[in-house]
Design a protein around this ligand. Structure first.
Ligand code: UD1
Length: 356
């Protein structure tokens, strides 16, 4: 079987799955598509999470959706043809995910999709398109959250393909709890005791200069309440800085952090402001209030069971004030099966599917 990994969140989800399949004696190869290529977006995750060195890196890099997806498909077709894997395992909702699923389906290789069934019902997000198509093409839909099973059924995916297995991203989080050292991150980056941590990289928030400017004004409003720490994703960096993000008291701009430092910084934050998907889940488990600057989420369980709240630009500062003034939310409202054992459950489903 081969795992196809391309972008930062894929690495965090794959680590426990690969470890569990290794323990089950599976023969595995890892194809890195090269969608993310900066050392801080890729290598550091392989090192920290104990991921095996990729068997191949396709070096696809960045580009428009058509250009990037086409390059991914061409590279993956060559690999799948020469390797003839019994199964292709894909993760999440990035362009590497849909490209691998599409190529495998046309070569009649079964696909297992880790993190199946999530839906934002917002087809303007590239990730929603990627998820829907990938689930249609997958023989195994490995679902993180109970509502995902219903979404798949509503789209005509036979229930026999859907397996509620829990959330492997949370396996990685719980497995590394002892390594997260907030004081060390504070010392390394000169951060204050109390801060709000922000991450912003969605096209809808950062690609248009005028939207990025409006966002920066509201982020400055948050910085007036508490210091604001922002590890800046390469996407949107230029627009956010051109809009004067760092030109305000209390704003700390950081380069992208590795996994261990990043989660340590999240754990120590008084609140998080984000448009990331995974961070909505991680804050839920860590009990850190999360304000998600998006009109919708494919992870509503982080609202019903966790610490997440959706906010508009205008709602951001009042919501941050409220989060900073309130007592920390109870951190033990854990979604079902987010227990650190999703990797072994996924491995079991896969081994059974392959008859091993
Ligand atoms: C991708 C995913 C998104 C995920 C995010 C996590 C898609 C459609 N989107 O978005 O769902 O939340 O990864 O990080 O797949 N860049 C670099 N170095 C890198 C990677 C990217 O500088 O290592 C810059 C390039 O300018 C590139 C831009 O970031 O054009 C966007 O990269 P891309 O992989 O296309 O999408 P992301 O925005 O990272």
């Amino acid at each position: 079987m081969v795992h196809v990994l391309g972008a930062r969140p894929n690495f965090v989800k794959a680590a426990p799955v690969i470890a569990a399949l290794r323990a089950a004696g599976a023969e595995q190869a890892v194809i890195h598509t090269g969608q993310h290529y900066d050392a801080r977006m890729s290598e550091v995750f392989f090192d920290e999470l104990g991921l095996p060195e990729p068997d191949v890196n396709l070096g696809v890099g960045s580009g428009g959706h058509a250009e990037q997806t086409a390059a991914l498909m061409i590279g993956l077709e060559g690999e799948f043809t020469s390797r003839s894997p019994a199964l292709v395992i894909v993760y999440g909702d990035v362009n590497s995910t849909i490209a691998a699923a599409l190529v495998a389906a046309k070569l009649h290789i079964p696909v297992a999709h880790v993190e199946a069934g999530l839906r934002s019902f917002d087809m303007t997000m590239p990730e929603e398109v990627n998820r829907r198509v990938t689930d249609q093409l997958s023989a195994l839909c490995l679902v993180t959250s109970p509502e995902g099973v219903g979404h798949l059924a509503a789209e005509g995916v036979p229930v026999s393909r859907a397996h509620l297995v829990g959330n492997p991203m949370i396996d990685t989080l719980l497995g590394n709890l002892d390594a997260f050292d907030t004081d060390a991150v504070r010392a390394a980056h000169g951060l204050p005791e109390r801060y709000v941590l922000a991450t912003m990289h969605r096209p809808a928030n950062v690609d248009a200069p005028e939207t990025a400017s409006a966002l920066v004004r509201h982020l400055h409003g948050v910085a007036d309440l508490a210091d604001l720490v922002i590890p800046v994703h390469p996407r949107g960096r230029a627009n956010l800085l051109a809009a004067g993000l760092d030109d305000h008291d209390g704003v700390h701009i950081l380069d992208p952090l590795g996994y261990i430092d990043f989660i340590a910084a999240v754990r120590g934050a008084a609140a998080v402001v984000t448009d990331s998907g995974g961070l909505q889940e991680e804050t839920t488990i860590l009990g850190v209030p999360c304000l998600t600057v998006r009109p919708n989420t494919e992870r509503p369980i982080t609202i019903t069971h966790g610490t997440n709240r959706l906010v508009t630009f205008e709602e951001l500062v009042p919501a941050a004030r409220k989060a900073l003034e309130s007592a920390a939310p109870a951190g033990d409202r854990r979604p079902p099966l987010w227990d650190g054992n999703a990797g072994p459950r996924i491995a079991e489903v896969i081994m059974e599917f392959l008859g091993e």
